[in-house]
Design a protein around this ligand. Structure first.
Ligand SMILES: [Zn+2]
Ligand SMILES: [Zn+2]
Length: 169
């Protein structure tokens, strides 16, 4: 999604409504996120004399996997973003908090993706009390017990446990 800011670039106090959609590529960052549908971007860009200020809300949904049982889940996306934008070329970064853009076109996709990653809530779960997968056989414990009883310890381990118990006495 590209926004043409030529109309407000030289006008102090100028304001431009931003409303549209961005389609982001599937992304891996502490998890896998698939953008099955575009995210909606709504807000504005205003000229405060020093820079162009972007304020926008991003909403939509993503598909990812439960961090415990790996089931595919859809989670809502809803965050606010605020950025300072200045016309300029690549290297001349005046300030780290400023995003440079060429000519009069601001490309929002990368800005939205960066903000999406910053707003990630860590691990997503299919439900708060997801039981996860059995560490022994990999079965989904939400679907019931798999038969690997917790007392069913490998004989080599039980010998070790006996030794440990004896040492305690
Ligand atoms: Zn789960
Ligand atoms: Zn099991």
């Amino acid at each position: 999604m590209t926004v043409d800011v030529s109309s407000i670039l030289k006008e102090l106090g100028g304001k431009l409504e931003v409303c549209g959609e961005v389609t982001l590529p599937d992304t891996e960052f502490l998890g896998e996120y698939r953008f099955s549908e575009p995210l909606k971007v709504e807000g504005n860009i205003s000229n405060n004399g020093k820079a162009l200020r972007l304020n926008a809300r991003v909403t939509g949904q993503i598909t990812t996997n439960c961090a415990r049982c790996t089931k595919e889940i859809t989670v809502p996306v809803d965050f606010e973003m605020a950025e300072n934008l200045m016309q300029g070329e690549g290297e001349a970064i005046v300030d780290e908090d400023v995003i440079l853009f060429k000519d009069t076109a601001i490309e929002l996709d990368d800005i939205v993706l960066d903000n999406f990653l910053m707003n990630l809530e860590g691990k997503y779960l299919c439900s708060e009390d997801c039981k996860g997968l059995c560490p022994t056989c990999g079965a989904d414990l939400n679907k019931g017990e798999c038969g690997c009883s917790k007392e069913n310890i490998d004989p080599r381990w039980s010998q070790l446990l006996d030794i440990m118990k004896n040492n305690e006495n």
